[in-house]
Every structure is written in structure tokens, then in C-alpha cells.
Design a protein around this ligand. Structure first.
Ligand code: NAD
Length: 481
């Protein structure tokens, strides 16, 4: 697709949704790049402070008139179908603004549809519970139960690397629970979020219940400063998460933050199962997934075998132009991001690491890299890489491998390949991570799971059944006569 066509795909979807109408942002404009060519395809008009204030006020006013649970379910269900109808437009959009190859873009669309369907189910069944009042002394005849009530206005701030499904994981549960939502998507990927909003409006969502505000940190900051927002749902870097948490005070929040995901390959592991999963989870979306395998700890008895298999697979990964039908690894989100990762690779090599495959850069594309002989002192091991790079690290003692997994400040997800039940149980009991996957890689999410982190990877749980609870509160009611 040439840049004129790219612009045709993206340009109609760059306005902000403010108080129920699509408005051009009045706070200036930033270029939107095709992430593979790195050329601009459109300008994104960003919102000014007055538009932020107008959007939040409209959302706050709309909460009282939100549809009831059944209708919310119907709207979310229809929105899933409206997304399916936009599948090709969304895939083309994500190829351009996120650099996703077809496989990643279509996966994102399919998962978004499933997420909306799960949210529809939660909308219909969200309820409180009976409280056994009469179990207390002198309470005979008193009836107690809880209602689940919406919080009010939920602010969702989202990253570039899942421009549709993570956005659906914020908006869907918030609406299912009866809230209004102000969304600030990543400035790298505004059009995907707009297509989701368009699907929701087409599905019958009352326009005032959803705002989409395009902008960067200034718009984000204006949202943090706004007193009428009741909940902040954030997915992004740990650094920005800390900033948000420091600002929101007593308001509730959910923080889905960064990570350095580890996978352990035990001496008893089934490598035929493990290797394809590890490569899939290490390099999909060019390694720009919060749970991408970054450090692979392999028992020394299996090291040569595992390294040979990994090397063959990684070398065979088609990479480069996401428009190529067989492309698996597309560009990183920017040339600067690819340069940063390339610099970390060079720094590690200067300190004795070896690159077995890949590591060459052209603009924002970095060929999938497999590293060995890295040390914990290298940035490849102790900072989030967020690129197509995996370090293979041998271990001799299983307990030591688990200690290494727990040694990072993060704790989002970990994978352990083992056929030893005692080792599996030990991992489950001792790893401090939001998810521990036995015989899956660290990136093995399905959308109905509770998903979230511990330590510097954040707190709170996504997954519609959990998120609707985060985004609502219990009100106790008792009846006495
Ligand atoms: P980022 O933190 O740079 O940006 C995320 C969002 O925050 C964007 O919308 C951005 O505009 C906004 N933002 C930036 N500064 C802000 C401020 N001062 N106030 C308010 N908002 C502000 O993250 P990114 O580069 O878009 O995404 C990559 C990061 O996201 C990685 O660290 C990755 O691990 C993390 N991530 C985590 C999960 C998870 O579920 N834990 C999922 C996906 C991505």
C-alpha cells in the first residue's frame, strides 16, 4: 500500500470524541507515521484543556442515564459484531500505525471481539450478594445484601502495543459496570481506538458515555488533574504508572505496567512443545508485549539442544515489511526504539555477550536476535527490552533459576516448562508473578483470565469478570421492619 492509500485508511479516523461529537483537537497536531516506512501518513489533531474539561463534564453528566444491564450487554455484543465488520479496515490500520503484520493484526481483532463478548456477559450478570445479617446477635428479621454500583467516570490511558484489545479491556468492563469512559489512547495508534469507538456508537452506545481524547502527556496530565474522574485504568510503562499513581490520590486505579518476563526450561522439559511457544512469545509484535520472553533460563543438560532448536527457528522468522503476507516480525514502534535496542545489543556484545542470530537494524526494523553469554549487569537482563531479543541463560540448580525469576523488580507473568510435578508445584508456590504458566511461555494470555502484575508490574486485575469488580463498588443495603 502506498502512502496515499495509507493516508486514506487512517485520516478519516483521527478526530476526538468529545461530548458525543467528533471534533478536531484544538491543541495543535502531531504527525502520524507509517511505522515501517517511518513516513508521515496523516496529522493527529490533539485536544486542548477545554476539550478535556468538556469531555469529562459530558461523561459525568451521562452516567445517570446509562442504559441498564441487559441493554449494556446488547450494546457490547453488537459492538463485537461491528468490529468483525471492520476487520479488514482495522488490520490495514494496525499495519500502518502499529506496524503489525497480518497475523498480529487479525489476532488483535479476534481477541477484541472475544473481549467485548465477555464484557457483555459480565454486564448481564454483575450483581451483589446476600449478607447473613441474622447470623449476628439481636439481628433477627434484618435482611442484608450488597448492590454493585458504578463508580462514575473511568479514565483509561492505553499504550501502543495493543491498540485495540487492551483498549477493549478498559472500555468494555467500564461500560459493562455502568460507568462512562474517557479514553486517552497512545498517540502512536489513535485510529484503531477510534474504530473501536465507532463500532460502539454504531452498536447503540449513548454518545455521551464515551469520550476519546487524542494527545500525549499533556492531555494525560489534564485527565489526572481532573477532579470528576473516579477511576484510572492504566496500561503502560512502570515509569508513567508511578507518575499517575502519585497524582490520583484517593481515587481508585488499576496499573498494568512493564515487566522482564522470564521462562524456565527445566531438565525434564518437552522441548518440542517448549521451543515453538517460546519463539512465538519472544518475537510476536516484534517483542513489544509486556509478557514477551526476555530471559530464557535453560537447564545446562538441555542447553545445546535447546539453543540449536531456538537458533534454527529464530533465523527462519520472516521479518521486515508487515505488508508481506508471510511477515511474522514487523518494525518496532519507532526508529528511536529500534536504535535503543540495537545500542543495548552492542553494549552487551562489548561486555562479552554473543549474538547467535539477528540484531541488524534497518530504520525501525530489527532482525530477531538470539543472545547468549549475557550477564545480569547488562541492560538486556535488567531493563525491559520491548524488542525482538531473547537471552538464553544456563542454570544448574532449579531453585537458583526460580530465584533469578524472582530477582527482578517486576512480576507480571512467568512460564515454566517441566514434566517434574514437584518442580511445577514449587514454581507455582514461589514465583512472585501475577500469572505462572506451567508448560506455556510467559505470554500465554486468554482474555477471560484475571491478568495483572505484582511488584513493579502493577496491581489490579484485567479480564472482564475481574475488571467489572475493580470498576464498580459494593453498597451495603439492609432492611429492618
Ligand atoms: P507509556 O507508558 O509510554 O505510555 C502509555 C500511555 O501513557 C500513553 O497513552 C501515553 O500517552 C500516556 N502517558 C505518557 N505520559 C503520561 C503522563 N505524564 N500522564 C498521563 N499519561 C501519560 O507506554 P508505551 O510505550 O505506550 O507502552 C509500552 C509499555 O506498556 C511497556 O512498558 C509495556 O510493558 C507496558 N504494557 C503493559 C501491559 C500490562 O498488561 N502489564 C500491557 C501492555 C503494555
Amino acid at each position: 500500500m502506498n502512502s496515499t492509500t495509507a493516508s486514506d485508511v487512517i485520516a478519516p479516523h483521527l478526530h476526538s470524541l468529545v461530548a458525543g461529537e467528533w471534533q478536531a483537537g484544538r491543541g495543535g497536531a502531531v504527525p502520524l507515521l507509517d511505522k515501517f516506512t517511518t513516513r508521515p501518513v496523516a496529522e493527529v489533531p490533539v485536544c486542548d484543556a477545554a476539550q478535556v474539561a468538556q469531555a469529562v463534564a459530558a461523561c459525568a453528566a451521562a452516567v445517570a442515564g446509562a442504559p441498564g444491564p441487559f441493554e449494556r450487554g446488547e450494546i457490547l455484543e453488537r459492538a463485537g459484531r461491528a468490529i468483525e465488520a471492520r476487520r479488514e479496515a482495522l488490520a490495514a490500520t494496525m499495519r500502518i500505525e502499529a506496524g503489525f503484520p497480518a497475523v498480529d493484526a487479525h489476532n488483535e481483532v479476534s481477541r477484541c471481539i472475544n473481549t467485548l463478548r465477555l464484557c457483555a456477559e459480565e454486564a448481564r450478570r454483575l450483581c451483589g450478594e446476600m449478607v447473613p445479617m441474622e447470623g449476628a446477635p439481636q439481628q433477627a428479621g434484618r435482611l442484608g445484601f450488597t448492590l454493585r454500583v458504578p463508580l462514575g467516570v473511568v479514565c483509561a490511558i492505553t499504550p501502543f502495543n495493543s491498540p485495540l484489545n487492551v483498549v477493549a479491556h478498559k472500555i468494555g468492563p467500564a461500560l459493562a459496570a455502568g460507568n462512562a469512559v474517557v479514553l486517552k489512547p497512545s498517540l502512536h495508534t489513535p485510529a484503531s481506538a477510534n474504530l473501536l469507538a465507532e463500532a460502539l456508537l454504531e452498536a447503540g452506545l449513548p454518545p455521551g458515555l464515551l469520550a476519546v481524547l487524542h494527545g500525549g502527556a499533556e492531555v494525560g496530565q489534564a485527565l489526572l488533574d481532573h477532579p470528576d474522574i473516579d477511576f484510572y485504568a492504566f496500561t503502560g510503562s512502570t515509569e508513567v504508572g508511578r507518575h499517575i499513581q502519585a497524582h490520583v490520590g484517593l481515587r481508585r486505579s488499576q496499573m498494568e505496567l512493564g515487566s522482564i518476563a522470564h521462562v524456565v526450561v527445566d531438565a525434564s522439559a518437552d522441548l518440542a512443545r517448549a521451543v515453538p511457544r517460546i519463539v512465538g512469545a519472544g518475537y510476536r509484535k516484534a517483542g513489544q508485549v509486556c509478557t514477551s520472553v526476555q530471559v530464557l533460563l535453560v537447564h545446562r543438560q538441555r542447553l545445546d539442544e535447546a539453543t540449536t532448536l531456538l537458533r534454527e527457528r529464530v533465523a527462519a522468522l520472516p521479518y521486515g515489511d508487515p505488508q508481506a503476507p508471510d511477515c511474522i516480525v514487523g518494525p518496532l514502534i519507532s526508529e528511536a526504539a529500534a536504535q535503543r535496542v540495537q545500542a543495548w545489543l552492542a553494549e552487551a556484545q562489548a561486555q562479552g555477550a554473543r549474538c547467535l542470530v539477528g540484531g541488524e537494524r534497518q530504520r525501525a526494523v530489527l532482525s530477531p536476535a538470539l543472545m547468549t553469554d549475557t550477564t545480569p549487569a547488562m541492560r538486556l537482563r535488567h531493563q525491559e527490552v520491548f524488542g525482538p531479543v531473547l537471552s538464553v541463560v544456563p542454570f544448574d540448580d532449579y531453585d537458583d533459576a526460580l530465584r533469578q525469576v524472582n530477582g527482578t523488580p517486576f512480576g507480571l507473568a512467568a512460564g515454566v516448562f517441566t514434566n517434574d510435578m514437584a518442580h511445577a508445584m514449587k514454581a507455582v508456590r514461589t514465583l512472585r508473578a501475577g500469572s505462572v504458566f506451567i508448560n506455556e511461555a510467559s505470554s500465554a494470555r486468554v482474555d477471560q483470565m484475571p491478568f495483572g502484575g505484582s511488584k513493579a508490574s502493577g496491581f489490579g486485575r484485567e479480564g472482564p469478570a475481574w475488571a467489572v469488580r475493580e470498576m464498580s463498588e459494593e453498597r451495603l443495603v439492609t432492611f429492618s421492619t
